[in-house]
Design a protein around this ligand. Structure first.
Ligand SMILES: Cc1cc2nc3c(=O)[nH]c(=O)nc-3n(C[C@H](O)[C@H](O)[C@H](O)COP(=O)(O)O)c2cc1C
Length: 315
């Protein structure tokens, strides 16, 4: 190594990742520099790497990166690094969760004439991304984009699907949580499904445009209340955008604090285990930890109207 010392690289690395001065790092790169991800095969140029660093720093403004070990051997360097940051700003379309994540990686750097010409990155970000509800990064490279599900566009047209959904009879739930300041939040949801009994898993689908969504996304637990025939007004409240929907209902906190609405035929509290991104909605997969059941009759929902489930004829 002639023009590039390990000390120089460490300094530039810190400048770029911890302080956002990305050119300090990319100035060390040859014009034909390429960075290849071993897991996805994606290749970035120096300019694309700059964009990626800035995009990550935007989502995790307090990011701090450390070079844990650096091995130099003629024209090759191996950098073992770790990074810690708090997800306080939107990242890849995921609203801030407030979570601090730590992740580790290894870069194999090839030098030529004292400049970095090639870099091979081994980084398993699965756990970190998983904790933010993102399954994996796209192969597309920069700026980093989440691959969340398969391409969901196409037929049938929404009108047909709407008509299809109107033929499906469901109950109605109110999904609840607490916001950052401990205030109860909730919305009406009929996209509830029991997933399995062992383990006790349930799911709900929540639109990202809901004002309850940011609180739900960053919560560890949520409540699901199955509403009854005597709670017609309650459902109207929770289907609205009222600022304090809990002002007009009695409720009590479940063991982990999720609001459970008094008088509901059944209520549960569950720990959020997975958050699958599906374009406009997030599918929350949750493990049930607490359930309460009464003999009140549940409300039915069909084609935009609510019905009494008492006195139904069995066929
Ligand atoms: C019967 C019924 C079922 C609903 N199901 C869902 C649902 O499954 N997921 C969802 O995100 N919104 C659902 N909504 C819509 C929300 O309750 C509604 O948009 C509400 O105003 C959101 O309130 P927020 O923005 O204060 O969270 C449903 C509404 C009704 C009336």
């Amino acid at each position: 190594m002639q023009q590039l010392t390990t000390h120089h690289l460490e300094y530039a690395w810190q400048q770029a990742w911890t302080h956002g001065d990305v050119s300090a790092l990319t100035d060390l790169m040859a014009p034909d520099y390429r960075r290849v991800s071993r897991s996805s095969g994606a290749t970035l140029t120096a300019a694309e790497l700059e964009e990626e660093i800035l995009s990550i720093r935007q989502g995790f403004p307090d990011i701090e990166t450390t070079i844990d070990s650096l091995v130099a051997e003629e024209e090759r360097l191996v950098v073992f690094w770790s990074t810690r940051g708090t997800h306080t700003e939107s990242f890849l379309g995921v609203p801030p969760t407030g979570r601090t994540v730590k992740t580790y990686g290894t870069n194999l750097i090839t030098l030529h004439d004292g400049q970095i010409v090639h870099e091979e990155v081994t980084w398993d970000g699965t756990e970190m991304l998983h904790s933010l509800g993102i399954r994996h990064l796209s192969d597309a490279g920069s700026p980093v984009q989440p691959v969340r599900t398969d391409d969901l566009s196409g037929s049938p047209d929404p009108e047909i699907l709407k008509t299809f959904n109107r033929q499906f009879v469901t109950g109605v739930t109110v999904v609840t949580t607490q916001d950052d300041e401990g205030r109860p939040r909730g919305l009406a949801v009929n996209a509830y499904t029991s997933v399995s009994l062992e383990p006790p898993l349930v799911l709900v689908c929540i639109q990202k445009s809901s004002s309850t969504y940011p609180a739900l996304f960053s919560a560890t637990h949520l409540g699901i209340n199955i509403l009854g025939t005597r709670q017609r007004e309650t459902i109207a409240t929770f289907a609205s955008k009222a600022s304090d929907k809990f002002a007009s209902v009695d409720w009590h906190p479940a063991p982990a604090g999720s609001p459970l609405i008094d008088g509901s035929p059944a209520s549960l509290e569950a720990e959020i285990r997975d958050r699958f991104q599906a374009k406009t909605h997030t599918v929350f997969i949750c493990r049930v930890g607490h359930a309460e059941v009464t003999d009140a009759d549940p409300m039915l929902y069909k084609a935009g109207s609510f019905f009494d489930s008492d006195g139904l004829t069995q066929i």
